[in-house]
Structure formats: structure tokens, C-alpha cells
Design a protein around this ligand. Structure first.
Ligand SMILES: Nc1nc2c(c(=O)[nH]1)N[C@H]1C(S)=C(S)[C@@H](COP(=O)(O)O)O[C@H]1N2
Ligand SMILES: [Mo]
Length: 515
């Protein structure tokens, strides 16, 4: 016990505290980055930024010295520097609090800026660094406080001037950081792997390209959703806590059940088939009246019918039960796949490989059916069966077995409860009746008559259709509603119904004040 309370031991422990704190922060940063992007990880973002901004001569030197391990060398080098700085933070925090915490905070900011500067970044990219910084500072303060002199403690509660609580806490944090950091890093590596696979994928030229979009499908009225929804703006719905990360090499589709012959389709088999390109409007059954869980994209893929014919459907089968790589299931009427509509096993979305969250590398798109009974993303298995024998994910949870999309329409502009001057006010929006087509959209002011709106050029019966109505507004408060009529003459159902079990009904309405 000669060293009891000695400065060297406590200094070493302070330095160690810094290293543990920074390691914990970085580990948590990795995990927080998982649902965002590999580029959002503070460690990776800073490393990548260093690589991107280092002079060519330095990069050439690194490549000639370390060869293909140049990136590994960089990350190891960064690790050594971080350990040294972290140790310094620990010492500084003990001698001059809160200098250590401030240095960690500054490094968190460096992480924030590096992550925000990555290509394709969004505001969410700053979270991993912020959380990493907060965890680092918290751990540092706790450990340093445990190092404070405790004259009340005697061995074995206190050895060499260091309390047992300090040793246990530091050990616990480092063990937890190792687990969290390893899991986070592995998941990020999987994502990076899938992103690299996606970046390499060259989409085939369609044998049947989508008909060109005629002028006038977009009315170009400010505030109306565009006719084609960009991939980044496309609504996303799935049960995946962690988006599946498949690669084209991992992927295959097994077709079994009530088939003439079982088939396993590989990516190469798929690419050997002629591709079709179509615009199809996808809608979620959970979309409320006036909601935005709907989008229209140009999909590239193989007709599902042709894939099904490779296996051959046996008589009596009426359900295609598809399963995603994460085990979600979807029951689609076989007839919707074989009746000639453009049901696609899609690999492209608006000219790009599918984004990971929209099903990379492959998903289903079937015109006319809500997503939960048609649009399986990350699809890997088709079982041909009967509705009387199988139930899919949402059907076991109270939703209908069949989910044809309900005729509906939406007002996109002007925004609700806005004020306008008397005279012309342009009301505009979109309407959809997938696989039947929109015949008419009508607008009603207060309790007045239904008046026809001007329709955009029709692209196809599988895509939504914009409309606009030039209203001659008079002073006062007015309620405005819209309704659609489809090509079979059905008018949109006016009674309000919530989405469960088979889709919402009712009319979209807005209130405007004209002064
Ligand atoms: N694997 C999988 N695919 C899925 C789902 C899911 O939860 N898991 N949700 C479905 C639902 S309910 C909808 S509305 C559409 C949405 O597709 P999107 O996210 O590309 O817009 O995907 C469908 N495909
Ligand atoms: Mo959905």
C-alpha cells in the first residue's frame, strides 16, 4: 500500500477514463448510425472526410506504402490518434474540469460537420455524433468523479487510491462499448456492402419501355404533388425495424406449393428475362382520406406472370403468398398476377436500382391492390396456395384478405384554413382509381352543386390523375370538397370510414376564408 493515493496511478486512471469515455461514445455512435447510413457514423464520416480531403501526394504515398490496406491503415492511424487525444481528455478533465469534456464536445462537432458533408447526407446524419459526444462526456464525468479522493474508503474498497467502483464502472462501460460497437459496426458493414452492390448494378434496357409521359399529365400548378414521385419523396411503409440488406448475389426466389414444378430463380436467371417498364401508382391501405401514403413511380422489372409460368400454377390455387427476407408475408390473388395487368417483379424505380428501403434488390408492384396485399419488398419466396389455407401478415391482424384500392381524391392546394382574396382561387389535387381509371373529378363549394374540375391528361388507368378547379371565390368562410368518379361510373364513397380493415372512405375537404 505504499502507493496509496499516488498521483501516477490516479493519472493513469484519469487517462484511462478518457479512453473509455471516447470508446463508449464512438461505439454508441456506430449503433445510432445503423438506421441512418454508414456515412453517418462519426468514426467513418471523419475518416472518409480525411481521405477525400487529403492531398493527392499523401494518398499516393499511403497507397504505395500500405497498398490495398491503405484504408485500414488510415483507420488504425485514426484509432491511435483518438486514443492519445482521449487519454489527454481524461487527464485534462481531472486537472482542469471541464476541459476534457469540452474537447470531447469539439470532436463531436467535428463528427457532425464531417457527417453532414457526406454526399447524400440529411439532418439525421448529425445525430450519431451528437449522441456519441453526449455519451462520451457523461462517461468521462462519471469516471472522473469516481476518481475523486475518498478518504472514507479503505482497502479492499479502495486499492492504490482507486475505488472499486471506478474499476467496476470503467470495466463495465468498456465491455458494453465493445458489444455495442461490434454490433453497430457489423450492421453498418452489411449496409455498406448492399450499397456497394446497388452502386454496381446496371439496370437492363427494357424490352418494353414505359410509354412516354405526354405533356399535360402534370398540370404544373404550384403545391400539387408531381405526377412522378421522386424516390427520396416516396412514402415508405414496412414492418422492418432494420431494413433488410440483401445483395443480388445473396438473392434468389423460391417458387413452390401448388406448382407443376418447383423453381429457384437466381439473379442471373432474372436478368436473362425481358424487362418491362411501367408507371404504377402505389397506395397504402392505411392512407387516410387526404393522406400522403401514395406515390407514383416508373418501375422496371419482369412480369410476375412470366415468372409464375416457369413453375406453372396447379388448378385450385388462388393465392400467391409472398415472403420477404425478413419474414413479412403478403397474400395476392393469383388472378391479379395473371389477368394481364402490369404486375411486376421490379428491380428499378425511376431509372435507378430500388433504394434499399423500397426493397433492394427486388420487390413486387401490382396495379390496383393496396401495398399490404401486393407490394412485397425484399421478396425471396412465393408459395402458391389457397386463401382457404393460408393467411398473410396483416390478414392475421384484422385486415381484409383482399385489398383492392378504393377510388379516392385529394385536395393538394391551397392549404387548409388559409385566407385568400375574393376572385379566382385555384383549387387542385390528385385522384386515383387504379386499374379502372378516373373519369371525372368534381368540386363542391359549401352545399352547392358538384361542379366538374379540369382533368390532367390521362397517362394510364394505373396512375393517378391531377385535377384543378378555378373557383370564383366570394367573401366569407367556405368549405370545399372534392370527389372522383371512375370509368365504371362509380362515385367516391362519401361516408367516412377509417382505414381498417380494407381502406378509408369519405371526402377530402378544406376550409378557406375569403376576405
Ligand atoms: N417486406 C415487406 N414488404 C412490404 C411491407 C412490409 O412491411 N414488409 N409493407 C407493404 C405495404 S403495407 C406497403 S403500403 C408497401 C409500401 O411500399 P413502399 O415502402 O416502397 O412505399 O410495401 C409493402 N411491402
Ligand atoms: Mo400499406
Amino acid at each position: 500500500m505504499t502507493n496509496f493515493g499516488s498521483t501516477p496511478v490516479r493519472s493513469a486512471c484519469a487517462a484511462l477514463s478518457g479512453v473509455v469515455a471516447v470508446a463508449a461514445g464512438l461505439a454508441v455512435g456506430e449503433l445510432v448510425a445503423v438506421p441512418i447510413s454508414p456515412d453517418a457514423s462519426p468514426y467513418f464520416a471523419v475518416g472518409s472526410t480525411v481521405v477525400d480531403h487529403s492531398p493527392t501526394s499523401v494518398r499516393e504515398w499511403a497507397i504505395s506504402t500500405f497498398g490495398t490496406s491503405d484504408k485500414t491503415a488510415l483507420f488504425i492511424g485514426m484509432g491511435v490518434i483518438i486514443v492519445l487525444i482521449a487519454a489527454g481528455c481524461g487527464l485534462a478533465e481531472r486537472l482542469r474540469p471541464p476541459v476534457g469534456s469540452v474537447i470531447i464536445g469539439v470532436f463531436a462537432l467535428v463528427g457532425v460537420f464531417a457527417a453532414m458533408g457526406r454526399p447524400g447526407s440529411s439532418v439525421t446524419y448529425m445525430f450519431p455524433s451528437i449522441v456519441a459526444g453526449a455519451v462520451g462526456i457523461l462517461v468521462l464525468r462519471v469516471l472522473i468523479s469516481l476518481l475523486a479522493d475518498r478518504p472514507d474508503l479503505e482497502p479492499p474498497e479502495k486499492a492504490d487510491g482507486v475505488s472499486r467502483r471506478f474499476v467496476l464502472t470503467a470495466g463495465g462501460v468498456i465491455a458494453a462499448a465493445a458489444v455495442v460497437g461490434t454490433i453497430g459496426r457489423r450492421m453498418l458493414a452489411d449496409t455498406a456492402n448492399t450499397l456497394a452492390d446497388r452502386a454496381r448494378l446496371v439496370l437492363p434496357v427494357p424490352a418494353k419501355p414505359a410509354p412516354p409521359i405526354p405533356p399535360g399529365t402534370d398540370l404544373d400548378v404550384d403545391g400539387v404533388t408531381r405526377f412522378v414521385t421522386g424516390n427520396a419523396d416516396f412514402y415508405r411503409i414496412d414492418t422492418a425495424l432494420q431494413v433488410p440488406r440483401l445483395t443480388t448475389a445473396d438473392w434468389s426466389l423460391r417458387i413452390h406449393g401448388m406448382v407443376d414444378k418447383e423453381v429457384r430463380l437466381s439473379w442471373a436467371d432474372l436478368l436473362a428475362m425481358p424487362m418491362t417498364e411501367r408507371l404504377v401508382t402505389l397506395t397504402c391501405v392505411s392512407n387516410e382520406v387526404g393522406g400522403d401514403l401514395i406515390g407514383n413511380a416508373k418501375w422496371l422489372g419482369v412480369p410476375m406472370k412470366e415468372v409464375l409460368e416457369l413453375a406453372g400454377v396447379r388448378p385450385g390455387a388462388d393465392m400467391l403468398l409472398s415472403t420477404s427476407s425478413d419474414g413479412w408475408t403478403c397474400g395476392t390473388p393469383v388472378s391479379a398476377v395473371t389477368d394481364g395487368r402490369d404486375a411486376l417483379l421490379a428491380i428499378g424505380m425511376n431509372g435507378e436500382p430500388l433504394p434499399i428501403e423500397h426493397g433492394y434488390p427486388i420487390r413486387q408492384v401490382i396495379p390496383g391492390l393496396y401495398g399490404y396485399v401486393s407490394a412485397t419488398k425484399w421478396v425471396v419466396d412465393w408459395e402458391i396456395t389457397k386463401f382457404s389455407e393460408a393467411k398473410a401478415y396483416w390478414s392475421t391482424r384484422g385486415w381484409s384478405e383482399l385489398g383492392p384500392i378504393k377510388l379516392s381524391s385529394r385536395i393538394d392546394r391551397p392549404a387548409n384554413s388559409t385566407e385568400h382574396a375574393p376572385g379566382e382561387v385555384v383549387i387542385a389535387g390528385t385522384a386515383w382509381a387504379q386499374h379502372t381509371g378516373i373519369e371525372r373529378v368534381e368540386v363542391r363549394i359549401d352545399d352547392g352543386p358538384w361542379q366538374p374540375a379540369e382533368l390532367a391528361t390521362e397517362y394510364s388507368v394505373d396512375t393517378w390523375r391531377q385535377w384543378k378547379f378555378a373557383w370564383q371565390a366570394t367573401s366569407g368562410e367556405h368549405d370545399v370538397q372534392c370527389r372522383a368518379i371512375d370509368k365504371k361510373g362509380n362515385a367516391q364513397i362519401e361516408d367516412n370510414a377509417s382505414p381498417a380493415p380494407d381502406g378509408s372512405t369519405g371526402l377530402d375537404g378544406r376550409t378557406y376564408t375569403i376576405t
